[in-house]
Design a protein around this ligand. Structure first.
Ligand SMILES: Cc1ncc(COP(=O)(O)O)c(C=O)c1O
Length: 396
């Protein structure tokens, strides 16, 4: 038999998603993968029930249903400070995962180099390898996870560098890039003529006083930015696989071809139902932030009680639990009384890490029913909106 492709031997399956399977096997609380323990807003699920009977059930236009693109453009244009044309500047994808892959394929040729901030969301490594490109990593230095301008410039200046991947707010370290940092990146993009591919799936999960600044909104950056994001985190619908790329029309024209042959299109009935989410008022996003702020506080208090030494997600960081997991450094042994309430697993990276005692709490934001020592006193209006939702059903 001939050998299988070399490209698939250069990376493993996703460690994040593997940890979900491990935590299911041991009935652990799952902190490894970024999905919430509550359902999407009722506006969306109610609409889905209607759509089940009315359709659409057949293929949508390959680059996305017109009403979905129109609603997305209406939502994102004022936020991004752009005048997004839904007819020419959007391709709807199967999650940000496909949006990123589609963007890397649209921009790079085999052998091109891509600058990636590290630590990085693991998909970018596989995206790069699958496209035959080469990564150049630029460190985000703990504990603030900022980058050194000289290091960034050295990476951008390497011949053959074509693009930069910017995950903002960042997974896994949770760094929210400041406007000044983004301006530095923009300066490099301009100077070295780079495409910037953003992953902004956590755009609506940012703690005050920090604010998400869309890279494409910076002067001169719209033309060289492929803005990727999705509905997964914002509307608690990671299983729906709805994402998108927003970029200039000539870029989207190419990206649509890639998308067409990768997946044909995102799920038509789910796009139809998700329009109900895209048209929710600003109060929805305010409540979402309030909810995650509450969960952050609850979780950090729990970690502190357990004796973890971790980087407080109060600096420019997001509240997404994976950030918290990464931010945990060393730990004393888990108190046995708490061990029954908290699920533990050895971090797979721990063996080779410089922190051999690192343990990963395979846990999502602590569920009130799991930790009786610190009962949930959900008090914000935002939290109330989600409080009574049932836990999601997950499948192995
Ligand atoms: C930074 C980042 N990008 C993309 C994704 C996947 O997003 P989607 O569900 O839209 O494919 C995740 C999921 O955890 C993520 O953390």
């Amino acid at each position: 038999m001939q050998e299988l492709s070399q490209r698939t031997s250069q990376f493993t399956d996703s460690v994040i998603r593997r940890m979900t399977r491990v935590s299911m096997k041991y009935d652990a609380i799952n902190l490894s993968q970024g999905f919430p323990d509550f359902d999407p807003p009722a506006e969306i699920t109610d609409r889905l029930a209607e759509v089940a009977h009315t359709g659409p059930h057949q293929y949508a236009i390959t680059w996305g249903a017109p009403n979905f693109r129109a609603a997305l453009a209406a939502k994102q244009s004022p936020r991004m400070g752009l005048d997004i044309d839904p007819e020419t500047q959007i391709v709807v994808t199967c999650g940000s995962t496909e949006a990123m892959m589609c963007s890397v394929m649209t921009v790079t040729n085999p052998g091109d180099r891509i600058v990636i901030f590290s630590p990085f969301y693991e998909n970018y490594g596989a995206d790069t390898i699958l496209c035959g490109a080469e990564p150049t990593y630029v460190e985000l230095h703990a504990p603030t996870f900022t980058f050194d301008e000289a290091e960034l410039e050295a990476a951008c200046a390497i011949p053959g560098t074509k693009a930069l991947i910017l995950c903002n707010p960042s997974n896994p370290c949770g760094h929210v890039f400041s406007r000044a940092e983004l301006e530095t990146i923009a300066k490099m993009a301009e100077k070295y003529d780079l495409w910037v591919i953003t992953d902004e799936v956590y755009e609506h999960i940012v703690y005050a006083p920090h604010e998400h600044v869309y890279f494409a909104s910076l002067p001169g950056m719209e033309q060289r930015t492929l803005s990727c994001s999705s509905l997964s985190k914002t509307y608690s619908m990671t299983g729906w696989r709805l994402g998108y790329v927003i970029a200039p029309a000539d870029v989207i024209d190419r990206a649509r071809k890639v998308h067409d042959f990768l997946t044909v299109g995102a799920a038509a009935p789910l796009m139809e139902a998700a329009v109900a989410g895209l048209t929710l008022p600003q109060s929805y996003y305010d409540e979402l932030t309030a909810l995650y702020t509450h969960k952050r506080d609850l979780f950090c208090n729990g970690l502190r009680d357990l004796g973890f030494d971790f980087i407080e997600p109060r600096e420019p960081t997001t509240s997404w639990p994976t950030s918290l997991a990464w931010a945990m450094r060393t730990t004393t042994t888990a108190p046995s009384t708490c061990a029954e309430r908290w699920a533990w697993a050895r971090c797979p990276a721990a063996a080779s890490s410089t922190h051999p005692r690192t343990a990963l709490c395979v846990s999502t934001s602590p569920s009130p029913t799991r930790c009786s020592r610190r009962p949930s006193t959900v008090s914000t209006p935002g939290a109330r909106r989600w409080r009574d939702r049932k836990p999601p059903v997950t499948h192995r």
